[in-house]
Design a binder for this molecule. Structure first.
Ligand SMILES: NC(=O)c1ccc[n+]([C@@H]2O[C@H](COP(=O)([O-])OP(=O)(O)OC[C@H]3O[C@@H](n4cnc5c(N)ncnc54)[C@H](OP(=O)(O)O)[C@@H]3O)[C@@H](O)[C@H]2O)c1
Length: 344
């Protein structure tokens, strides 16, 4: 297992570079299996676990099922130990009578000061801990003034209830504005951003702002220059990228998991073919190569891997120390380009 330091400029700690996603724990993945996965992850040196306050109301749970399973695991082991926990708020149901959905109208609670203050405390209660290492806003909220949301997360960090604040599913310009607003207010800015990201990329026409983009990686890279001193370019604090759906929910290897519509284009089909070729040549699995590609990029990201069995976890763990040769990386990076040029 590898480790890296994440920081918002004033609070820093180390996490494993593989983060365990627990979205279906307590719902699709039963409690016994969930606990076994958590135990094995910790035994293997995993120290970064990801949940949210709304996992998983989409599949019939009450929303906090994942946090509740984690709370049970924490109680059984007598505390978190060296595990760092991230949870999220803002995308639970605003109106409990209506369905939760991530297309408009979303029925999300949003990121008002009242929601942030209340939901953070509820997460602490469900998890049975007194500090959230990382607390993300789950989905950007354009209805609430940025200054209000930033101040609310700043207040939680000041009170010691949250280590590092983060944000997820946000356009780059909104992320930069929020961080600048935090600097103006004298509070710690978001130190982690969680976006969708895998070896596949969306069609440019899809208009998605919730994926990792070249511009986001460039911004993060510019901040990393002074990260050792906890301050990047122009004294701005560093930022870490975590990537959800890094296995594209199984689509690299499973016919029952088709690529999402915005990803279904010829270039991605070429990329999946090369992923399989490379995996066969280096004696790894396509999923392991996809994770290693994320972990070892010029701007490394932390994959948040969704796991529903110990066997799946073992495969993911096999990627933790897998380093791709530069020649292999070049091939993976240029997989679609080669096909496109050949077609011209
Ligand atoms: N911030 C956000 O908005 C957001 C959104 C989504 C997810 N997340 C976080 O990111 C985590 C991961 O996201 P995700 O579940 O969407 O994506 P993912 O990691 O790409 O996919 C996970 C799914 O892939 C399948 N899988 C995993 N390992 C496999 C293997 N070795 N072989 C074959 N199939 C395998 C499993 O499907 P089956 O269970 O069907 O076997 C698993 O549920 C979540 O748990 C959550 O913590 C955050």
């Amino acid at each position: 297992m590898q480790y890296r330091t994440i920081s918002n400029g004033s609070t820093s700690f180390e996490v494993s570079t593989l983060c365990l996603g627990t979205m279906f724990f307590g719902t699709r993945t039963d409690t016994a299996t969930s606990l076994a996965i958590l135990d094995r992850f910790a035994d293997a040196g995993g120290t970064f676990v990801d949940t949210a306050n709304n996992y998983n109301a989409w599949v019939g749970g009450h929303g906090r099922d994942s946090e509740d399973v984690l709370g049970e695991w924490i109680r059984r082991r007598g505390g978190l130990g060296d595990v760092r926990l991230a949870t999220k708020l803002g995308a639970a149901k605003k109106d409990p009578a209506l369905p939760l959905q991530n297309v408009e109208p979303t029925n999300f609670q949003g990121l008002s000061a009242a929601v942030v203050a209340r939901e953070a405390r509820l997460s602490l209660q469900h998890l049975g801990i007194d500090r959230l290492d990382v607390l993300y806003g789950h989905v950007d909220d354009r209805e609430t003034p940025i200054a209000e949301t930033v101040a609310a997360f700043g207040q939680l960090q000041r009170e010691g209830l949250v280590g590092i604040a983060g944000i997820s599913n946000i356009a780059l310009w909104r992320l930069v504005e929020a961080r600048e607003e935090a600097v103006r207010q004298g509070v710690d800015p978001y130190g982690v951003v969680q976006q969708g990201y895998s070896y596949l990329y969306p069609s440019p026409g899809a208009g998605r702002t919730n994926d990792v983009s070249v511009e986001l990686l460039d911004y993060v890279d510019s901040l990393a220059a002074g990260a050792a001193a906890a301050a990047g370019i122009d004294g701005r604090p560093p930022l870490t990228v975590t990537a959800y759906s890094p296995l594209h929910q199984g689509a690299f290897t499973r016919d029952d998991k088709p690529m999402w519509a915005p990803m279904r284009h010829a270039s991605n089909r070429d990329r999946v073919r090369v992923l399989h070729d490379v995996a066969a040549e280096i004696g790894a699995t396509p999923n392991q190569v996809a994770l290693a590609w994320l972990l070892g990029g010029a701007v490394p990201v932390i994959p948040v891997v969704g796991i529903s069995s110990v066997a799946q976890l073992e495969e993911a763990l096999g990627a933790a120390d897998l380093v791709l040769d530069p020649e292999v990386r070049t091939r993976l990076d240029g997989a679609d380009l080669g096909a496109t040029l050949a077609a011209v």
